[in-house]
Design a protein around this ligand. Structure first.
Ligand code: FES
Length: 89
């Protein structure tokens, strides 16, 4: 099965906002929700919406204003449903 990429912006603005704090928690959330067989987490160059906080992308959908503090909430409310609509996980 081909894994769908879930992109986490590693550009300089997102870096300054703490993307390296987000990364380990994001990896843990993916494990907790058993997404590792269907989704692969990839670092991305700047997603070109730098004024919107740390940004992620899945297919054509962007998830913005992510921070280490709100990642869990955004993951469950926005990212997980987006992934679940395209894969049977
Ligand atoms: S650095 Fe992340 S969107 Fe530009």
């Amino acid at each position: 099965m081909t894994k769908e990429p879930l992109f986490l912006c590693m550009g300089s603005a997102c870096h300054q906002l703490g993307v390296y704090e987000v990364l380990p928690r994001l990896q843990a959330l993916m494990r907790e929700h058993q997404l590792e067989d269907s989704v692969t987490l990839k670092g991305s160059f700047c997603l070109e919406i730098c004024s919107n906080g740390i940004t992620m992308k899945f297919r054509d959908q962007h998830f913005m204003n992510i921070s280490p503090q709100n990642l869990d909430e955004i993951f469950v409310r926005e990212i997980l449903p987006a992934i679940q609509t395209v894969c049977s996980c």
